[in-house]
Design a protein around this ligand. Structure first.
Ligand code: SF4
Length: 714
């Protein structure tokens, strides 16, 4: 038996796994006792990974070879890799020559490895000449990125998992960590058991399993987080709980914020947030006066039309109370996907460049152009996720290359996504799973390797870089994502820069990673002191890890110096704004979405295992018991859930976790489980038939956490 150390491909906790195999088949998986993210523990999803790789399942679900659809609506036929790669390069080249580089869009994934991400970013921005490269991280973490940059000056979570053991107050907001980050939640439970005096505050409209651990649960109304954070600061100021010395020495912009929060009185905040006056005071006191307060937050803040403001105004509280840069203290965004961090590090988004550089900065563009050996990097901002699909639906983007993600299920406003995929002239889907809904729209399917077959690196929520390793050869004729991208890029170079040396000389993931490492020199995430050899010998490492340093930094800003022009963190004086789509008479329910404990994203992998349906067997819309009674509904009744964009039919279920006028549907269920139609009668699937593509103006992250809906008995 062979044992291979790697990482779990699901969530951003980034647990280490040991893959057992006979060299050709994966036979088992267990937690890696030496990995600092999990110390040997795995949740239900991680512990069943090997079963998802069983040959019987792979034969039924995997995309085993490249395929081409000769005509839309027909079944795809197998083609050779040479034919597939030639077709990709020919069609993309034709579209670039005919319509310009911005007629191409690449839509990537937080589940790609850092090396994959790096190549796609260079291919788009360095070779094709478009910044139209964005990822499903836009649906996941882009508000956290913009919140950090606005206040702390860089996209760098300042805390680490070990801070859970040092905190005296945990402020968990917009995160059901018990389901979404189970192994981190085990650590939180253990810390609470060891230190019962530690106060846990949970803020969430739904009373989730995470809220069961709370000393204080704040069931705020959807979309009122900024109101709450300003209200807490108002109380802290009134009570003298802020840290004047820290504010004076390490921050700027406090006067403006202080003036703004004057109007956020406890009475007003309690009324708009739907919270008790006393609870607001208790939360403010524990947050401000505990020896160390750690905030943990996720999609409840990020997936919002006020996503940046929610992130930034929470960070305001840490800066105002000096709860940052010490063990157990700081704001800590939890990453949804396994490598959304790595994607950001290589600049794999429409507004970013390599090593946390900004596309809008001409100096940064020149640095990256020099690094890549190209005349320039285009300055025109790229299309972010929703914008990209809108542009394809409008006929502006002609070629879409979708990699390792399933927008035909996961993007908001599925009617828009469907129009985009149908109107684009050429749709490439690079995927491991033939069952992903987006495959149905592909002109060309490129079979990709996946967990257990791939080599590279990932970065988890706490800035820790780990190696992902291959235990077995690729399934069927699947190829690695970086390899496919390099092979298409080399063919495109023949058309777009003939006769010049290749920009893509790579033959291994390590050679790609070494170029990425050099791009970080002198940047906030400098990893010039790290190598594949060090990851092999010393295990996972935090960034930054500069040349000459023995280890990376577990905590940032311990010296109170921030990566801004004056070295000071900046308060964000951003007012509260209501939801993009508030409830109204025709749509009187607030629909929110979220994760189940044992499923992952669109269920392409977890949906293959019967045992992962043991926790929740089928989709349902959950409603408060009072709403059920008022509408004469009982558990199991079928209802239409209808928004302005579409309607689905789903069984209803009573849940005391929901407040009156709220509704909840898990995000995972696709066409097999949850069908519906849009207003034109076209078929749509899943909860995203209902959600809105309204998004935060800064982060461009859509408001997946709230849509106004009507619910009627079917
Ligand atoms: Fe995988 Fe996340 Fe579970 Fe860890 S907590 S085993 S990374 S799904």
């Amino acid at each position: 038996m062979k044992e291979t150390r790697s990482t779990c491909p699901y969530c951003g906790v980034g647990c280490g796994v040991i893959i057992e195999s006979d060299g050709t088949q994966i036979t088992g998986v267990r937690g890696d006792p030496d990995h600092p993210a999990n110390f040997g523990k795995l949740c239900t999803k991680g512990a069943t990974l090997h079963l998802t790789a069983a040959p019987g399942i792979a034969r039924q679900t995997r995309l085993l070879r490249p395929m081409r659809r000769l005509q839309r609506g027909l079944a795809p036929v197998a083609v050779t890799w040479d034919a597939a790669l030639d077709l990709a390069a020919t069609e993309i080249g034709r579209i670039v020559r005919t319509h310009g580089p911005d007629a191409v869009g690449l839509y990537l994934s937080g589940q790609l490895l850092t090396e994959d991400y790096y190549i796609f970013n260079k291919l788009a921005k360095g070779l094709i000449g478009t910044n139209n490269v964005d990822t499903n991280s836009r649906l996941c973490m882009s508000s956290a990125v913009s919140g950090y940059k606005l206040t702390l000056g860089a996209d760098a979570p300042p805390a680490c998992y070990d801070d859970v053991n040092h905190a005296q107050c945990l402020f968990i907001v917009g995160s059901n960590a018990a389901y979404a980050h189970p192994i981190l939640f085990r650590r939180i439970e253990a810390a609470k058991q060891q230190n019962p005096a530690m106060k846990v505050i949970v803020v969430d409209p739904r009373r989730t399993d995470t809220a069961e651990l709370a000393d204080l649960y704040l069931p705020l109304q959807p979309g009122t987080d900024v109101m709450l954070f300003h209200g807490l600061l108002h109380i802290m100021l009134w009570e003298g709980w802020t840290d004047a010395a820290y504010i004076a020495a390490h921050t700027s912009g406090f006067h403006e914020l202080k003036a703004l929060v004057r109007d956020y009185t406890p009475e007003r905040v309690a009324q708009i947030c739907g919270l008790k006056h006393d609870d607001l005071f208790q939360a403010a006191q524990w947050f401000a006066t505990s020896a160390a307060t750690l905030s943990l937050y996720c999609q409840g803040l990020n997936q919002s039309s006020s996503g940046t403001a929610k992130n930034a105004t929470l960070i305001n509280l840490h800066l105002a109370t000096g709860q940052i840069g010490r063990p157990g203290a700081g704001p800590f965004s939890l990453t949804g996907q396994p490598n959304a961090m790595g994607g950001r590090e290589v600049g794999g988004m429409a507004n970013l460049l390599s090593a946390h550089r900004d596309l809008a900065n001409p100096v940064h563009r020149a640095e990256v152009a020099a690094l890549w050996g190209v005349p320039d990097v285009p300055s025109k901002p790229g299309k972010t996720a929703v914008e990209m699909f809108q542009a394809a639906a409008d006929g502006e983007i002609k070629a879409l290359w979708i990699v390792c993600t399933n927008p035909a299920q996961s993007m908001p406003d599925q009617a828009l996504v469907r129009r985009a995929l149908q109107r684009a002239e050429f749709v490439v889907v690079q995927e491991a799973y033939a069952t992903a809904a987006t495959c149905d729209f592909a002109d060309l399917l490129l079979a990709a390797t996946t967990w257990g077959e791939k080599e590279g690196t990932v970065t988890n929520s706490e800035r820790r870089i780990s190696r992902a390793r291959a235990a077995v050869p690729p399934c069927g004729d699947a190829r690695h994502d970086w390899r496919i991208a390099v092979d298409v890029a080399r063919r495109l170079e023949g058309q777009l820069r003939p006769g010049q040396p290749s920009l893509f000389p790579y033959e291994t993931p390590e050679s790609i990673w070494n170029e990425h490492r050099e791009s970080t020199r002198g940047r906030d995430l400098d990893i010039t002191g790290l190598s594949y050899a060090m990851l092999e010998s010393a295990g996972p490492q935090f960034w930054p890890l500069r040349e000459g340093e023995p280890t990376g930094k577990a905590r940032l800003y311990e010296d109170g110096v921030f990566p801004t022009a004056d070295g000071k963190a900046r308060f964000a004086a951003l007012p509260w704004k209501p939801l993009a789509e508030p409830r109204e008479a025709r749509f009187p329910f607030s629909l929110t979405t979220g994760r189940l404990r044992d499923q992952w994203h669109g269920m392409t992998r977890t949906g293959t295992l019967g045992r992962l349906f043991g926790h929740v067997a089928e989709p349902a819309v959950q409603l408060n018991p009072q709403d059920m009674e008022r509408r004469g509904l009982k558990d199991g009744d079928l209802v239409y859930v209808t928004s302005k964009r579409g309607s689905i039919v789903v069984p209803v279920q009573s849940s005391a976790a929901l407040q009156p006028t709220q509704a909840y549907i898990a995000m995972h269920w696709g066409a097999e489980y949850l069908s519906g139609r849009n207003n034109k009668g076209e078929p749509l699937a899943g909860v995203n038939a209902l959600t809105t593509s309204a998004h935060c103006p800064t982060s461009k992250q859509p408001e997946l956490k709230h849509a106004a809906v009507q619910i009627l008995k079917a």
